[in-house]
Design a binder for this molecule. Structure first.
Ligand SMILES: Cc1cc2nc3c(=O)[nH]c(=O)nc-3n(C[C@H](O)[C@H](O)[C@H](O)COP(=O)(O)OP(=O)(O)OC[C@H]3O[C@@H](n4cnc5c(N)ncnc54)[C@H](O)[C@@H]3O)c2cc1C
Length: 424
Protein backbone atom coordinates (compact mmCIF):
# COMPACT_ATOMS: atom_id res chain seq x y z
CA UNK A 1 0.00 0.00 0.00
CA UNK A 2 1.46 3.42 -0.93
CA UNK A 3 1.40 6.25 1.61
CA UNK A 4 -1.55 7.87 -0.16
CA UNK A 5 -3.86 4.85 -0.11
CA UNK A 6 -6.55 4.41 2.53
CA UNK A 7 -8.31 1.36 3.91
CA UNK A 8 -11.39 0.30 1.88
CA UNK A 9 -14.70 1.73 3.03
CA UNK A 10 -16.19 -0.58 5.69
CA UNK A 11 -19.16 1.52 6.75
CA UNK A 12 -21.27 1.31 3.58
CA UNK A 13 -24.94 0.47 3.93
CA UNK A 14 -25.99 -2.49 1.71
CA UNK A 15 -27.41 -0.03 -0.90
CA UNK A 16 -24.21 1.98 -0.88
CA UNK A 17 -22.05 -1.14 -1.11
CA UNK A 18 -24.06 -2.28 -4.16
CA UNK A 19 -23.68 1.16 -5.71
CA UNK A 20 -19.93 1.16 -5.00
CA UNK A 21 -19.66 -2.20 -6.70
CA UNK A 22 -21.50 -0.84 -9.78
CA UNK A 23 -19.12 2.11 -9.95
CA UNK A 24 -16.08 -0.17 -9.60
CA UNK A 25 -17.28 -2.38 -12.43
CA UNK A 26 -17.95 0.61 -14.64
CA UNK A 27 -14.52 2.14 -13.96
CA UNK A 28 -12.78 -1.21 -14.50
CA UNK A 29 -14.38 -1.34 -17.97
CA UNK A 30 -14.02 2.32 -18.97
CA UNK A 31 -11.17 4.05 -17.12
CA UNK A 32 -7.44 3.63 -16.57
CA UNK A 33 -6.38 3.16 -12.96
CA UNK A 34 -3.12 5.10 -13.38
CA UNK A 35 -2.46 8.32 -15.28
CA UNK A 36 -1.63 7.11 -18.78
CA UNK A 37 0.21 9.29 -21.31
CA UNK A 38 -3.11 9.61 -23.19
CA UNK A 39 -4.89 10.76 -20.05
CA UNK A 40 -2.18 13.37 -19.51
CA UNK A 41 -2.81 14.60 -23.05
CA UNK A 42 -6.52 14.93 -22.35
CA UNK A 43 -5.95 17.81 -19.94
CA UNK A 44 -6.96 20.83 -21.90
CA UNK A 45 -4.34 23.15 -20.45
CA UNK A 46 -1.51 20.79 -21.31
CA UNK A 47 -2.10 20.06 -24.95
CA UNK A 48 -4.55 20.65 -27.70
CA UNK A 49 -7.05 17.81 -27.68
CA UNK A 50 -7.09 16.15 -31.06
CA UNK A 51 -10.22 14.70 -32.64
CA UNK A 52 -9.58 11.30 -31.07
CA UNK A 53 -9.41 12.82 -27.58
CA UNK A 54 -12.85 14.35 -28.12
CA UNK A 55 -14.29 11.10 -29.44
CA UNK A 56 -12.75 9.19 -26.49
CA UNK A 57 -14.37 11.73 -24.13
CA UNK A 58 -17.74 11.42 -25.90
CA UNK A 59 -17.64 7.62 -25.75
CA UNK A 60 -16.79 7.68 -22.03
CA UNK A 61 -19.48 10.22 -21.12
CA UNK A 62 -22.15 8.38 -23.15
CA UNK A 63 -21.24 5.11 -21.42
CA UNK A 64 -21.37 6.85 -18.00
CA UNK A 65 -24.82 8.23 -18.81
CA UNK A 66 -26.12 4.93 -20.16
CA UNK A 67 -24.84 3.16 -17.01
CA UNK A 68 -26.94 5.56 -14.88
CA UNK A 69 -23.88 7.18 -13.30
CA UNK A 70 -23.94 10.69 -14.83
CA UNK A 71 -25.49 13.61 -12.95
CA UNK A 72 -25.81 11.54 -9.77
CA UNK A 73 -27.44 14.30 -7.71
CA UNK A 74 -29.12 16.13 -10.60
CA UNK A 75 -32.92 16.04 -11.05
CA UNK A 76 -34.27 12.97 -12.83
CA UNK A 77 -36.56 14.97 -15.11
CA UNK A 78 -33.51 16.49 -16.83
CA UNK A 79 -31.53 13.26 -17.20
CA UNK A 80 -29.88 13.13 -13.76
CA UNK A 81 -30.16 10.27 -11.24
CA UNK A 82 -31.88 12.22 -8.43
CA UNK A 83 -29.69 10.51 -5.81
CA UNK A 84 -28.26 11.94 -2.59
CA UNK A 85 -24.77 13.37 -2.01
CA UNK A 86 -23.82 10.12 -0.28
CA UNK A 87 -23.90 8.42 -3.69
CA UNK A 88 -21.83 11.23 -5.14
CA UNK A 89 -19.29 10.81 -2.34
CA UNK A 90 -18.97 7.08 -3.04
CA UNK A 91 -18.60 7.76 -6.76
CA UNK A 92 -15.89 10.39 -6.09
CA UNK A 93 -14.01 8.03 -3.79
CA UNK A 94 -13.93 5.31 -6.41
CA UNK A 95 -13.06 7.68 -9.24
CA UNK A 96 -10.18 9.29 -7.34
CA UNK A 97 -7.79 6.47 -8.23
CA UNK A 98 -8.64 6.64 -11.94
CA UNK A 99 -7.90 8.86 -14.88
CA UNK A 100 -11.06 9.45 -16.89
CA UNK A 101 -11.02 11.12 -20.31
CA UNK A 102 -13.70 13.71 -19.53
CA UNK A 103 -11.69 16.96 -19.37
CA UNK A 104 -13.69 18.58 -22.19
CA UNK A 105 -16.81 18.49 -19.99
CA UNK A 106 -15.34 20.29 -16.97
CA UNK A 107 -16.75 23.66 -17.98
CA UNK A 108 -20.12 22.43 -19.20
CA UNK A 109 -20.93 19.97 -16.43
CA UNK A 110 -18.97 21.66 -13.64
CA UNK A 111 -20.00 25.27 -14.24
CA UNK A 112 -22.44 26.13 -17.03
CA UNK A 113 -25.12 23.45 -16.64
CA UNK A 114 -25.33 23.82 -12.81
CA UNK A 115 -25.94 27.54 -13.46
CA UNK A 116 -28.56 26.70 -16.09
CA UNK A 117 -30.26 24.36 -13.60
CA UNK A 118 -30.41 27.24 -11.11
CA UNK A 119 -31.44 30.11 -13.40
CA UNK A 120 -32.62 28.57 -16.71
CA UNK A 121 -36.19 28.30 -17.96
CA UNK A 122 -37.98 24.95 -18.06
CA UNK A 123 -37.55 24.83 -21.86
CA UNK A 124 -33.81 25.53 -21.58
CA UNK A 125 -33.33 22.79 -19.00
CA UNK A 126 -35.23 20.24 -21.11
CA UNK A 127 -33.36 21.23 -24.25
CA UNK A 128 -29.78 21.32 -22.92
CA UNK A 129 -29.19 19.43 -19.66
CA UNK A 130 -29.52 15.78 -20.73
CA UNK A 131 -27.57 16.31 -23.94
CA UNK A 132 -24.73 17.88 -21.97
CA UNK A 133 -24.85 15.07 -19.41
CA UNK A 134 -24.63 12.44 -22.13
CA UNK A 135 -21.66 14.32 -23.59
CA UNK A 136 -23.35 15.03 -26.91
CA UNK A 137 -22.88 18.79 -26.60
CA UNK A 138 -19.81 20.58 -25.28
CA UNK A 139 -20.02 24.00 -23.59
CA UNK A 140 -17.71 26.96 -23.04
CA UNK A 141 -17.78 29.86 -20.61
CA UNK A 142 -17.23 33.27 -22.22
CA UNK A 143 -16.62 35.90 -19.55
CA UNK A 144 -13.07 37.28 -19.95
CA UNK A 145 -12.20 39.95 -22.49
CA UNK A 146 -8.95 41.72 -23.38
CA UNK A 147 -9.93 44.58 -21.04
CA UNK A 148 -11.93 42.61 -18.44
CA UNK A 149 -10.47 39.68 -16.47
CA UNK A 150 -10.28 40.01 -12.68
CA UNK A 151 -12.70 42.92 -12.97
CA UNK A 152 -14.92 41.07 -15.41
CA UNK A 153 -17.89 43.41 -14.78
CA UNK A 154 -15.95 45.93 -16.90
CA UNK A 155 -16.75 43.84 -19.98
CA UNK A 156 -17.48 45.69 -23.21
CA UNK A 157 -19.07 43.04 -25.44
CA UNK A 158 -22.60 44.26 -26.02
CA UNK A 159 -25.96 42.83 -27.00
CA UNK A 160 -28.68 45.10 -28.41
CA UNK A 161 -32.32 44.11 -28.72
CA UNK A 162 -33.75 43.90 -32.25
CA UNK A 163 -37.32 42.56 -32.35
CA UNK A 164 -37.33 38.95 -31.12
CA UNK A 165 -33.58 38.77 -31.15
CA UNK A 166 -30.43 40.25 -29.64
CA UNK A 167 -27.49 41.33 -31.76
CA UNK A 168 -24.18 40.44 -30.14
CA UNK A 169 -20.87 42.17 -30.87
CA UNK A 170 -17.49 42.05 -29.12
CA UNK A 171 -14.48 39.94 -28.29
CA UNK A 172 -13.81 37.31 -25.66
CA UNK A 173 -10.43 35.79 -24.81
CA UNK A 174 -9.05 32.84 -22.80
CA UNK A 175 -12.12 30.80 -23.80
CA UNK A 176 -11.19 27.25 -22.81
CA UNK A 177 -12.19 24.57 -25.28
CA UNK A 178 -14.16 26.92 -27.58
CA UNK A 179 -12.70 25.24 -30.66
CA UNK A 180 -14.48 22.02 -29.64
CA UNK A 181 -17.66 23.55 -28.25
CA UNK A 182 -21.24 23.54 -29.51
CA UNK A 183 -22.54 26.28 -27.19
CA UNK A 184 -21.26 29.03 -24.95
CA UNK A 185 -22.59 30.88 -21.92
CA UNK A 186 -21.74 34.48 -22.84
CA UNK A 187 -22.08 37.58 -20.69
CA UNK A 188 -22.56 40.87 -22.53
CA UNK A 189 -23.54 44.43 -21.72
CA UNK A 190 -27.21 45.12 -22.37
CA UNK A 191 -27.65 48.37 -20.46
CA UNK A 192 -24.72 50.84 -20.30
CA UNK A 193 -26.88 53.34 -18.40
CA UNK A 194 -26.82 51.11 -15.34
CA UNK A 195 -23.74 50.73 -13.09
CA UNK A 196 -21.36 48.10 -14.42
CA UNK A 197 -22.65 45.14 -12.37
CA UNK A 198 -26.30 45.84 -13.15
CA UNK A 199 -26.45 46.06 -16.96
CA UNK A 200 -25.09 42.64 -17.94
CA UNK A 201 -27.09 39.71 -19.39
CA UNK A 202 -26.10 36.05 -19.81
CA UNK A 203 -26.92 34.35 -23.13
CA UNK A 204 -26.75 30.87 -24.61
CA UNK A 205 -24.88 31.29 -27.90
CA UNK A 206 -24.82 28.61 -30.59
CA UNK A 207 -21.26 28.45 -31.94
CA UNK A 208 -22.61 27.49 -35.37
CA UNK A 209 -24.41 30.86 -35.66
CA UNK A 210 -23.22 33.26 -38.37
CA UNK A 211 -20.69 35.80 -37.04
CA UNK A 212 -19.01 33.58 -34.40
CA UNK A 213 -15.27 33.32 -35.09
CA UNK A 214 -13.16 31.06 -32.84
CA UNK A 215 -9.37 31.43 -33.04
CA UNK A 216 -7.18 29.10 -30.94
CA UNK A 217 -4.22 30.64 -29.08
CA UNK A 218 -0.84 28.93 -28.68
CA UNK A 219 0.45 28.56 -25.09
CA UNK A 220 4.02 28.35 -23.79
CA UNK A 221 3.47 24.64 -22.95
CA UNK A 222 2.79 23.94 -26.63
CA UNK A 223 -0.95 23.37 -26.25
CA UNK A 224 -3.92 25.37 -27.51
CA UNK A 225 -6.32 25.01 -24.61
CA UNK A 226 -7.97 28.37 -25.04
CA UNK A 227 -9.11 30.77 -27.74
CA UNK A 228 -10.08 34.23 -28.81
CA UNK A 229 -13.75 34.37 -29.79
CA UNK A 230 -15.11 37.23 -31.90
CA UNK A 231 -18.82 38.05 -32.25
CA UNK A 232 -19.83 40.11 -35.29
CA UNK A 233 -23.56 40.88 -35.45
CA UNK A 234 -24.43 37.43 -34.06
CA UNK A 235 -28.20 37.07 -33.81
CA UNK A 236 -29.28 35.44 -30.57
CA UNK A 237 -32.95 34.54 -29.94
CA UNK A 238 -34.68 36.28 -27.03
CA UNK A 239 -35.40 32.92 -25.35
CA UNK A 240 -31.63 32.29 -25.10
CA UNK A 241 -31.31 34.64 -22.10
CA UNK A 242 -30.28 32.79 -18.91
CA UNK A 243 -31.99 34.40 -15.89
CA UNK A 244 -33.27 37.94 -16.40
CA UNK A 245 -32.19 40.71 -18.74
CA UNK A 246 -29.65 43.06 -17.06
CA UNK A 247 -29.34 40.63 -14.12
CA UNK A 248 -26.62 38.41 -15.61
CA UNK A 249 -24.11 39.33 -12.92
CA UNK A 250 -26.03 37.14 -10.45
CA UNK A 251 -25.73 34.16 -12.85
CA UNK A 252 -22.06 35.00 -13.48
CA UNK A 253 -21.25 35.00 -9.75
CA UNK A 254 -23.03 31.64 -9.33
CA UNK A 255 -21.01 30.23 -12.24
CA UNK A 256 -17.72 31.57 -10.82
CA UNK A 257 -18.51 29.95 -7.47
CA UNK A 258 -19.20 26.65 -9.25
CA UNK A 259 -15.92 27.12 -11.14
CA UNK A 260 -13.83 27.52 -8.00
CA UNK A 261 -15.47 24.48 -6.47
CA UNK A 262 -14.92 22.48 -9.68
CA UNK A 263 -11.24 23.50 -9.75
CA UNK A 264 -10.52 23.58 -6.05
CA UNK A 265 -12.51 20.93 -4.23
CA UNK A 266 -10.65 17.90 -5.56
CA UNK A 267 -12.50 14.71 -6.31
CA UNK A 268 -11.38 12.24 -3.76
CA UNK A 269 -11.13 13.62 -0.27
CA UNK A 270 -7.37 13.43 -0.19
CA UNK A 271 -6.95 10.17 -2.05
CA UNK A 272 -5.13 9.88 -5.32
CA UNK A 273 -1.51 10.99 -5.24
CA UNK A 274 0.06 9.98 -8.52
CA UNK A 275 2.09 13.17 -8.03
CA UNK A 276 3.57 11.97 -4.74
CA UNK A 277 4.35 8.54 -6.14
CA UNK A 278 6.09 10.14 -9.14
CA UNK A 279 8.11 12.46 -6.88
CA UNK A 280 9.14 9.58 -4.60
CA UNK A 281 10.19 7.54 -7.62
CA UNK A 282 12.19 10.44 -9.07
CA UNK A 283 13.95 10.93 -5.70
CA UNK A 284 14.87 7.22 -5.59
CA UNK A 285 16.19 7.30 -9.13
CA UNK A 286 18.47 10.27 -8.32
CA UNK A 287 19.62 8.61 -5.08
CA UNK A 288 17.99 11.43 -3.08
CA UNK A 289 15.36 9.42 -1.23
CA UNK A 290 17.39 9.57 2.00
CA UNK A 291 18.34 13.23 1.59
CA UNK A 292 16.62 15.12 4.44
CA UNK A 293 15.91 18.28 2.39
CA UNK A 294 14.32 16.25 -0.42
CA UNK A 295 12.28 14.18 2.04
CA UNK A 296 11.06 17.35 3.73
CA UNK A 297 10.01 18.83 0.37
CA UNK A 298 8.12 15.66 -0.65
CA UNK A 299 6.31 15.52 2.68
CA UNK A 300 5.39 19.18 2.31
CA UNK A 301 3.73 18.38 -1.05
CA UNK A 302 1.99 15.37 0.52
CA UNK A 303 0.62 17.44 3.42
CA UNK A 304 -0.67 20.11 1.03
CA UNK A 305 -2.31 17.44 -1.11
CA UNK A 306 -4.08 15.99 1.93
CA UNK A 307 -5.21 19.41 3.15
CA UNK A 308 -6.72 20.16 -0.27
CA UNK A 309 -8.58 16.85 -0.03
CA UNK A 310 -10.02 17.92 3.34
CA UNK A 311 -10.98 21.35 1.98
CA UNK A 312 -12.81 19.48 -0.79
CA UNK A 313 -14.63 17.38 1.81
CA UNK A 314 -15.68 20.54 3.64
CA UNK A 315 -16.93 22.11 0.43
CA UNK A 316 -18.96 19.04 -0.45
CA UNK A 317 -20.36 18.90 3.09
CA UNK A 318 -21.48 22.54 2.74
CA UNK A 319 -23.15 21.73 -0.58
CA UNK A 320 -24.80 18.71 1.02
CA UNK A 321 -26.20 20.93 3.76
CA UNK A 322 -27.82 23.04 1.03
CA UNK A 323 -25.42 25.98 1.28
CA UNK A 324 -24.31 27.71 -1.96
CA UNK A 325 -20.58 27.38 -2.72
CA UNK A 326 -18.81 30.03 -0.61
CA UNK A 327 -15.28 31.26 0.07
CA UNK A 328 -14.04 27.72 0.79
CA UNK A 329 -14.01 27.35 -3.00
CA UNK A 330 -11.43 30.17 -3.08
CA UNK A 331 -9.36 28.50 -0.33
CA UNK A 332 -9.27 25.21 -2.27
CA UNK A 333 -8.50 26.98 -5.54
CA UNK A 334 -5.62 28.98 -4.03
CA UNK A 335 -4.22 25.92 -2.23
CA UNK A 336 -4.36 23.91 -5.49
CA UNK A 337 -2.47 26.60 -7.40
CA UNK A 338 0.25 26.78 -4.72
CA UNK A 339 0.53 22.98 -4.72
CA UNK A 340 0.86 22.83 -8.53
CA UNK A 341 3.79 25.21 -8.33
CA UNK A 342 5.53 23.41 -5.45
CA UNK A 343 5.18 19.92 -6.87
CA UNK A 344 6.20 20.86 -10.42
CA UNK A 345 9.22 22.85 -9.17
CA UNK A 346 10.26 19.92 -6.97
CA UNK A 347 9.82 17.42 -9.83
CA UNK A 348 11.93 19.61 -12.07
CA UNK A 349 14.66 19.85 -9.40
CA UNK A 350 14.63 16.06 -8.97
CA UNK A 351 14.77 15.46 -12.72
CA UNK A 352 17.96 17.56 -12.85
CA UNK A 353 19.27 18.49 -16.31
CA UNK A 354 16.96 15.87 -17.90
CA UNK A 355 14.00 18.07 -16.90
CA UNK A 356 15.19 20.67 -19.37
CA UNK A 357 16.79 18.57 -22.11
CA UNK A 358 15.54 15.00 -22.01
CA UNK A 359 16.63 12.14 -24.23
CA UNK A 360 14.22 10.75 -26.84
CA UNK A 361 11.89 8.29 -25.12
CA UNK A 362 12.44 9.81 -21.62
CA UNK A 363 8.80 10.94 -21.39
CA UNK A 364 8.91 11.19 -17.60
CA UNK A 365 11.50 14.00 -17.58
CA UNK A 366 9.59 15.75 -20.39
CA UNK A 367 6.46 15.65 -18.26
CA UNK A 368 8.14 17.61 -15.45
CA UNK A 369 8.97 20.35 -17.94
CA UNK A 370 5.34 20.22 -19.09
CA UNK A 371 4.16 20.50 -15.48
CA UNK A 372 6.37 23.55 -14.81
CA UNK A 373 5.13 25.27 -17.96
CA UNK A 374 1.48 24.47 -17.15
CA UNK A 375 1.47 25.35 -13.42
CA UNK A 376 1.19 29.15 -13.92
CA UNK A 377 -2.19 28.63 -15.64
CA UNK A 378 -3.68 27.36 -12.37
CA UNK A 379 -2.61 30.60 -10.66
CA UNK A 380 -4.67 32.62 -13.17
CA UNK A 381 -7.63 30.50 -14.36
CA UNK A 382 -10.86 30.87 -12.38
CA UNK A 383 -9.57 34.06 -10.70
CA UNK A 384 -5.92 34.80 -9.89
CA UNK A 385 -4.19 33.98 -6.61
CA UNK A 386 -4.36 37.67 -5.66
CA UNK A 387 -8.11 37.79 -6.29
CA UNK A 388 -8.65 34.60 -4.22
CA UNK A 389 -6.62 36.19 -1.40
CA UNK A 390 -8.83 39.29 -1.58
CA UNK A 391 -11.96 37.11 -1.31
CA UNK A 392 -10.54 35.13 1.61
CA UNK A 393 -9.44 38.37 3.31
CA UNK A 394 -12.87 39.94 3.00
CA UNK A 395 -15.19 36.97 3.43
CA UNK A 396 -13.26 34.71 5.82
CA UNK A 397 -11.02 37.07 7.78
CA UNK A 398 -13.47 39.98 7.81
CA UNK A 399 -10.95 42.51 6.48
CA UNK A 400 -12.32 45.73 4.95
CA UNK A 401 -13.51 45.53 1.34
CA UNK A 402 -11.42 46.95 -1.47
CA UNK A 403 -12.57 50.49 -2.33
CA UNK A 404 -14.87 50.42 -5.40
CA UNK A 405 -15.26 54.00 -6.53
CA UNK A 406 -17.12 53.11 -9.75
CA UNK A 407 -19.74 50.82 -8.24
CA UNK A 408 -22.69 53.19 -8.56
CA UNK A 409 -21.66 55.11 -11.65
CA UNK A 410 -23.35 54.40 -15.01
CA UNK A 411 -21.14 52.10 -17.09
CA UNK A 412 -21.14 54.46 -20.06
CA UNK A 413 -19.29 57.12 -17.99
CA UNK A 414 -16.46 54.80 -16.90
CA UNK A 415 -12.94 54.56 -18.27
CA UNK A 416 -12.54 50.76 -18.06
CA UNK A 417 -10.84 48.12 -20.17
CA UNK A 418 -10.13 49.53 -23.59
CA UNK A 419 -12.86 52.16 -23.11
CA UNK A 420 -10.88 55.39 -22.94
CA UNK A 421 -13.86 57.67 -23.69
CA UNK A 422 -17.42 57.56 -22.32
CA UNK A 423 -19.72 55.33 -24.43
CA UNK A 424 -22.02 57.30 -26.72
C1 LIG B 1 -5.87 28.21 -18.26
C2 LIG B 1 -6.88 29.33 -18.27
C3 LIG B 1 -8.16 29.07 -18.68
C4 LIG B 1 -9.11 30.09 -18.70
N1 LIG B 1 -10.37 29.81 -19.15
C5 LIG B 1 -11.30 30.79 -19.22
C6 LIG B 1 -12.59 30.52 -19.76
O1 LIG B 1 -12.90 29.39 -20.19
N2 LIG B 1 -13.49 31.53 -19.85
C7 LIG B 1 -13.20 32.79 -19.41
O2 LIG B 1 -14.08 33.65 -19.47
N3 LIG B 1 -11.97 33.09 -18.89
C8 LIG B 1 -11.01 32.11 -18.79
N4 LIG B 1 -9.76 32.40 -18.30
C9 LIG B 1 -9.44 33.79 -17.95
C10 LIG B 1 -9.24 34.06 -16.47
O3 LIG B 1 -10.47 34.04 -15.79
C11 LIG B 1 -8.54 35.44 -16.38
O4 LIG B 1 -7.29 35.31 -16.99
C12 LIG B 1 -8.39 35.87 -14.96
O5 LIG B 1 -9.62 36.21 -14.40
C13 LIG B 1 -7.43 37.08 -14.84
O6 LIG B 1 -7.79 38.10 -15.72
P1 LIG B 1 -6.67 38.80 -16.65
O7 LIG B 1 -5.91 37.71 -17.33
O8 LIG B 1 -7.36 39.81 -17.48
O9 LIG B 1 -5.66 39.51 -15.64
P2 LIG B 1 -5.88 40.92 -14.92
O10 LIG B 1 -7.22 40.99 -14.29
O11 LIG B 1 -5.52 42.00 -15.86
O12 LIG B 1 -4.80 40.82 -13.76
C14 LIG B 1 -3.40 41.17 -13.95
C15 LIG B 1 -2.71 41.06 -12.61
O13 LIG B 1 -3.26 42.01 -11.68
C16 LIG B 1 -3.68 41.33 -10.49
N5 LIG B 1 -4.92 41.96 -9.99
C17 LIG B 1 -6.00 42.31 -10.70
N6 LIG B 1 -6.96 42.82 -9.90
C18 LIG B 1 -6.46 42.78 -8.64
C19 LIG B 1 -6.97 43.17 -7.38
N7 LIG B 1 -8.18 43.70 -7.25
N8 LIG B 1 -6.18 42.95 -6.29
C20 LIG B 1 -4.94 42.41 -6.41
N9 LIG B 1 -4.39 42.04 -7.60
C21 LIG B 1 -5.14 42.23 -8.69
C22 LIG B 1 -3.95 39.90 -10.91
O14 LIG B 1 -3.84 39.03 -9.80
C23 LIG B 1 -2.85 39.69 -11.94
O15 LIG B 1 -1.66 39.32 -11.31
C24 LIG B 1 -8.78 31.41 -18.26
C25 LIG B 1 -7.47 31.66 -17.84
C26 LIG B 1 -6.52 30.64 -17.86
C27 LIG B 1 -5.13 30.94 -17.39
Amino acid sequence: MSITEEAPELTDTPEMAAFRQRVREFLADHAASRPTPEAQQDRLTEASPAAEVISRAKAYQAALYDAGLAGITWPKEYGGQGLTNEYQRVFNEEMAGHEVPNGVYTIGLGMVIPTLLEFGTEDQKRRYVAKALRGEEIWSQLFSEPGAGSDVASLQSKAERDGDEWVLNGQKVWTTGAQHSDFGAVIARTNPDNPKHRGITMFIVDFKAAGVDVRPLRQMNGGSGFNEVFFSDVRVPADAVIGSVDDGWRCAIAMLMNERVAIGSGGGGGRGGGGIDALTKAARERGLNLDPVTRQAIVDVYIRQRIIGFIGQRTRAALKAGRAPGPEGSIGKLAGALLARRSSDLGMALAGPAGQAWLPGDDRSGRWAQAVLSAPASRIAGGTDEVQRNIIGERVLGLPKEPQVDRDQPFRELRVGTQTEPVR
